[in-house]
Design a protein around this ligand. Structure first.
Ligand code: B16
Ligand code: MG
Length: 214
């Protein structure tokens, strides 16, 4: 029986990928190269510094560590200027309803996100109090596909990994959930999330029946 649901944030509860995209694109343009939406797909679920490395690889550029940190800081300040304007209207369809349904069934809830801005986003969406545990990029040292973020989530919920279901939109996140010994629901397309136990197009397509059959 499922005792806990652990949700990834970006791509599952909210679509911050478009703000990441605008901020990374602005940085790429300043550095003198183009960055497309297709390129942005490679950054989903990936940590900030690893995202910068991928971006610089696309632009065929490299910089010393100190300069890289300065660039990542600049991108993050720009990104934060967008997320600070977010409202609860931006919660993805069906997410609020599913989280409520899960809680009504006495199942615990957690967030497991790579983002160091997760608390700001959850506050802007007025969602913080809906979660029994929040594990974000400030609490972990190993990026997905390492299972650390989800194992910490289960631990904070005081549950065994096998009693938890992870909801993830990124391939590396699905891998992380499976490596952690959890069930996983992929949010998106079976093409790249095929390893998950179930793939749905969004939380609007989830319900208690599907959850209990996992
Ligand atoms: P930050 P998730 C991830 O969030 C994003 O998908 C990824 O694109 C981003 O680079 C990463 O967070 C780090 O975000 O720069 O805010 O620390 O999908 O794990 O909720
Ligand atoms: Mg995600």
């Amino acid at each position: 029986m499922v005792k806990g649901c652990i949700f990834d944030l970006d791509g599952v509860i909210v679509d911050t990928a478009r703000y990441h995209f605008i901020a990374w694109k602005e940085l790429a343009n300043e550095l003198g190269f183009e960055f497309s939406e297709k390129d942005n797909e490679r950054l989903k679920g990936v940590s900030r510094m690893r995202s910068l490395d991928i971006l610089l690889e696309i632009g065929d550029l490299d910089f010393p560590q100190e300069k890289k940190e300065e660039l990542a800081k600049k991108k993050n300040e720009n990104y934060r200027s967008y997320i600070l304007k977010m409202t609860p209207d931006e919660i993805l369809p069906g997410a609020m309803e599913f989280i409520k349904e899960v809680k009504e069934n006495n199942i615990l809830t957690a967030v497991g996100s790579a983002s160091k801005n997760a608390m700001t986003i959850l506050d802007r969406l007025q969602l913080t109090s809906w979660f029994d545990a929040i594990v974000d990029g400030t609490k972990v040292s190993k990026a997905k596909p390492d299972p650390e973020v989800f194992l910490k989530g289960a631990e904070e919920l005081k549950l065994q990994p096998a009693d938890c279901v992870v909801f993830e939109d990124a391939e590396a996140g699905v891998e992380a959930a499976l490596r952690g010994g959890m069930k996983c629901v992929g949010i998106g397309s079976p093409e790249n999330l095929g390893k998950a136990h179930l793939v749905v197009s969004g939380l609007h397509d989830m319900n208690m029946q599907k959850l209990s059959q996992l």
